[in-house]
Write a protein that binds this ligand. Structure first.
Ligand SMILES: [Zn+2]
Length: 236
């Protein structure tokens, strides 16, 4: 899974409308666009309209586009935070980086990829800031709005957070994973022997851990494991 990161920064003459305050961000707020437009359109819309609505980043199935620097606020939480708000500095609008995940209206495959790109990008931001998963909020946490609507409707907020946590961990290379789906099956013994030889040679040459061969012999090696092994073996 990968995306192209771009910056299409808001011109500073729109700061007074869209990003008036400096900010030391403390949180990341997740939104669904409730729209079927790509990230580039969400960002050009942000640039062109004169409403007090803004967000830092829009993510689709191909791109992560940043419009507002993270040291300025944006208006995406609907919880106030303007000059007349006595609790302005406790509001999501003044404390959080707003991330819009595109294509949420209709969902489907491109939304799924956009959401996974968001998982990866948010994991990267958390690591950059040295933050834990507790820094990730949903729009709903700030003002009660049903957003990110698709993640909420599909009851996946907790699993969304789990995916981010997982994406923050370095990949464990060299140890078999514990998943049990997609076990490799062989219809003929010649192929099975050839695959076993391939794995055994990589073990003998010290390219992969012997536990992979044990896993193959135990009949629990998955096709995903094997695809990963091929990549590891070809890179070493
Ligand atoms: Zn929202």
């Amino acid at each position: 899974m990968s995306y192209i990161f771009k910056q299409t920064l808001l011109p500073s003459n729109k700061y007074s409308l869209k990003a008036p305050y400096t900010m030391a961000p403390q949180f990341i707020t997740v939104h669904n666009t409730a729209n079927d437009a790509p990230a580039a359109n969400e960002i050009s819309f942000l640039h062109s309209n004169n409403n007090q609505v803004s967000y830092h980043v829009a993510i689709d199935d191909k791109e992560v586009i940043q419009a507002i620097p993270f040291n300025r606020n944006a208006w995406h939480c609907g919880d106030g935070g303007g000059d007349k708000d006595p609790n302005a500095l406790k509001k999501g609008n003044r404390l959080s980086i707003g991330i819009e995940i595109c294509y949420s209206k209709s969902g489907g495959a491109r939304y799924g990829v956009a959401e996974e790109n968001a998982v990866q990008y948010i994991a990267k931001l958390l690591k950059q800031f040295g933050w834990g998963i507790e820094r990730v909020k949903k729009h709903q946490d700030w003002n009660g709005k049903y957003c990110p609507h698709r993640i909420l409707a599909e009851n996946r907020w907790n699993s969304f957070l789990k995916r981010i946590e997982k994406a923050m961990k370095p990949m464990e290379i060299g140890k078999p994973t514990e998943k049990d789906e997609d076990i490799m099956k062989f219809t003929n013994s010649t192929t099975k022997e050839a695959v076993r030889d391939y794995i055994k040679q990589a073990v003998d040459k010290g390219r992969i851990d012997k536990s992979w061969l044990d896993k193959f012999d135990a009949g629990t090696l998955t096709t995903g494991d094997f695809e990963g092994l091929k990549i590891i073996i070809s890179q070493r």
